[in-house]
Design a protein around this ligand. Structure first.
Ligand code: PLP
Length: 307
């Protein structure tokens, strides 16, 4: 029997209130504002082949999100980084989904309604790899439903601050599943394409790659795709994307940390190409994983980390 089979951390390791615990034991109080008000920001980085991918970019974005929401847990950036290494090291995972969360916590003054009175805290965990679109669906190309619920306006909830306000995204997902689709894409109230539940979206039209300039997270995978386009000589643009252009695209693909570059073969009632992933999407997907294997933006997990 492998040693990891008996480790209490084999299903994942978490850090909560300053302690490392097996993932099944990681819990927060029901009165934590992170739970009662979705008053939390988070980030997710993946570990692939024993190393973090673009760890510094994820930490930069997490700190930006915390500052935007005035969340200030006791751990500084170096301590957060050490906690992430330690969670992965404890889990023994070579490929992992690694989350960091800053929660508002509970008021130090009983009954206070003032956010500033709350005791902010850091949660982190490493669990086995997750694909937001399963690998077999990625192979045939995901079927994307265009949601009837518009994405919440950027001026109300800033989508560049990674947050747990997922009501609109979850409504889109339920609607997609009700119609037999794999996942959803949301447009804003003005009819521009934004993002989906856990991913950015790209279209390919006449050889050019386009991703929306609004209503969406500045995804790290999106950044990787744009960099790959630059290396591969594929024209790429961040621009307004009207719904009609999505419906008229030659190819569509989604991009996220939890799955990488994920081709789409159907959008609403429309079948793209041969009902299979398109050539530009496939070449970007191939390049994304090849660059991983070559050590692109790779930070080895510090296995002896003692945070
Ligand atoms: N958009 C949303 C709403 C997300 O939740 C995510 C990732 O979880 C993304 C986009 C993709 O971002 P990244 O590539 O940084 O994982």
């Amino acid at each position: 029997m492998d040693i990891m089979d008996v480790s209490p951390f084999a299903d994942g390791a978490a850090y909560v209130k300053g302690r490392f615990v097996p993932i099944a034991e990681a819990a927060i109080p029901v009165t934590d504002w992170g739970f009662t008000r979705s008053d939390a920001v988070y980030d997710v980085v993946h570990v692939f082949g024993g190393g973090f991918f673009r760890l510094n970019d994820h930490l930069d974005r997490f700190i930006h999100s915390m500052q935007a929401r005035r969340l200030n847990p006791p751990e500084d950036r170096a301590a957060i980084e050490a906690v992430l290494h330690r969670c992965v090291a404890l889990s023994g995972l070579r490929d992992a989904y690694v989350a960091m969360v800053a929660s508002r916590g509970r008021p130090r003054v009983a009954g206070s309604r003032r956010p500033a009175d709350c005791e902010n805290h850091l949660i982190a965990y490493a669990i086995p790899w997750i694909d937001v679109i399963p690998k077999d669906v990625q192979e045939r190309g995901a079927h994307l439903w265009i949601a009837s619920t518009p994405r919440v306006p950027d001026v109300s909830v800033d989508p560049t601050v990674k947050n747990y306000q997922w009501s609109d995204l979850t409504s889109g997902l339920m609607e997609a599943h009700d119609h037999g689709y794999d996942t959803a894409i949301l447009c804003d109230a003005q009819g521009f394409v934004t993002e989906g539940p856990g991913f950015n979206i790209f279209i390919v039209k006449d050889g050019k790659v386009i991703t929306p300039d609004r209503g969406s997270l500045h995804g790290i995978t999106r950044q990787s795709v744009l960099e790959l386009c630059g290396m591969m000589g594929i024209p790429a643009e961040v621009a307004p994307l009207p719904r009609a252009e999505l419906e008229d695209a030659d190819e569509v693909f989604a991009a996220t940390t939890a799955g990488g570059v994920m081709p789409v073969s159907r959008v609403g009632g429309r079948i793209l190409g041969n009902d299979r992933p398109g050539p530009v999407s496939l070449s970007l997907k191939e390049a994304y994983w090849r660059k991983h294997a070559e050590g692109w933006h790779y930070t080895p997990v510090r296995l002896l980390e003692t945070a």
